[in-house]
Design a protein around this ligand. Structure first.
Ligand SMILES: Cc1cc2nc3c(=O)[nH]c(=O)nc-3n(C[C@H](O)[C@H](O)[C@H](O)COP(=O)(O)OP(=O)(O)OC[C@H]3O[C@@H](n4cnc5c(N)ncnc54)[C@H](O)[C@@H]3O)c2cc1C
Length: 367
């Protein structure tokens, strides 16, 4: 064990850990510990790669909107647009969607069948209405993740892979951290950015879990005939039973599954793949020429489905940065800036001034 005492040891180098390490590094000595051989193997490397203003609900909108300018300025967004499709029997869901997001600052508009057809050729006739989100964009997930890892390194952070944190012993002035590989580190504070493993990391630190649970989400890559148009919007069911979007001449399709799972290297189930295809065939007349690829990842949610940023109420030497659910990429810039500001005791800046940190504080679960 070196004698060095880090100000922060960030546990997990997915999008959450990489981004907060980058924001902390200019101000503090930061160690970033990742269990896998390379960062990004779990949820971060398996996302569907979109930035959608409404995704995650109104409680997530402030984080998504605050992240937009940073993502755009750095070239990580490519506008695609999104359509939330509805049939005649879904009119109540459509109205509810509009009411839910009224006044949140998102840009949404109702489209009729003719306008939908112009965007989604081959759509089956029963899909007669939609809500359009013109600002929805593809995100360069790998580019953003590498950007944050590079920024963390530039700021002086040390990134260690194959460093699965196994032991966390509280000392008078912080933590002794032991990895499965036998390395030992010392840090004043730990940042729990361990995604699906966040509750388990807290338990190792002797801190009560918050109830952050992983849920499996499946994606399949299809070759369709006719080929998926490159300018197709992200197409979602207003009731949340599928979404699809083009990627490099192929189509990425999800059945929007959300199956409780265990932290780990999750894999798709045949049934979810079959459900995805069945739902897709009810939307368009496109023929599926090949099922080329399938994958699944874990989306981790706190009990109220909002992320958790802040010191643990019982031990402020453990900082929660977890529960990023299905929106951890699109919210990364504002979340990381906000998390670092809270951890460092800094005030808000132009990016975070419209965000109420109390909404995401761990205190909401354990006052
Ligand atoms: C199929 C799918 C589609 C998605 N689509 C989108 C989307 O379109 N847009 C969007 O914004 N979000 C999307 N998401 C959500 C997004 O991927 C996540 O919110 C985000 O990746 C979470 O990042 P993270 O760093 O918290 O988790 P992860 O990327 O899982 O990182 C956690 C890391 O912690 C490490 N770790 C765990 N325990 C330890 C330990 N004890 N010691 C050291 N390291 C440890 C793990 O190895 C892992 O690398 C999607 C997710 C899935 C699964």
């Amino acid at each position: 064990m070196s004698g060095k005492i880090w100000d922060f040891a960030v546990i997990g180098a997915g999008m959450a850990g990489a981004s907060i390490a980058a924001e902390l590094a200019p101000h503090a000595r930061v160690l970033l510990l990742e269990a896998e051989d390379v960062p990004g193997y779990h949820a971060t490397g398996r996302s569907a790669a979109f930035w959608d203003e409404c995704y995650g609900g109104p409680g997530v909108v402030p984080l998504t909107l605050a992240s937009g300018p940073y993502l755009r300025e750095h070239g990580f967004l490519t506008t695609r647009g999104a359509l939330h499709l509805a049939r005649a029997e879904d009119s109540a869901a459509l109205e509810e969607f509009l009411a839910t997001f009224a006044g949140t600052g998102v840009t949404i508009e109702r489209l009729d069948r003719a306008a939908i057809e112009a965007r989604v050729p081959g759509l089956r006739p029963e899909w007669c209405a939609a809500i359009h989100e013109p600002a929805c964009a593809d995100i360069d997930v790998a580019g953003l993740h590498q950007h944050y890892l590079a920024a963390a390194r530039r700021g002086g952070a040390e990134i260690v892979c194959r460093a699965m944190v196994q032991r966390l012993a509280r000392t008078g002035d912080g933590w002794r951290i032991g990895t499965a590989a036998g390395a030992e580190y010392r840090a004043a504070r730990i940042v729990n950015a361990a995604g699906a493993w966040a509750d388990g990391v807290a338990a190792r630190a002797g801190v009560a879990p918050l109830g952050i649970r992983p849920f499996r989400r499946t994606v399949v890559q299809l070759r369709v005939d006719p080929p998926a148009p490159a300018d197709l919007p992200l197409v979602l069911d207003i009731n949340g039973s599928f979404y699809f979007k083009p990627d490099g001449g192929r189509l990425w399709l999800s059945p929007h599954d959300e199956t409780p799972d265990e932290p780990g290297d999750t894999a798709p189930e045949e049934l979810d793949v079959a459900i995805a295809i069945d739902r897709f065939e009810a939307v368009t007349g496109w023929r599926i020429a090949a099922l080329e690829r399938r994958w699944a990842g874990l989306r981790s949610f706190a009990p109220d489905r909002l992320p958790v940023y802040g010191p643990d109420p019982a031990d402020d030497a453990l900082f929660w940065f977890a529960g990023q659910g299905g929106f951890g990429i699109q919210t990364a810039p504002a979340a990381a800036r906000l998390g670092a500001q809270i951890a460092l005791g800094l005030g808000p800046d132009a990016m975070t001034q419209s965000i109420d940190p109390a909404v995401y504080a761990p205190h909401r679960f354990r006052p």
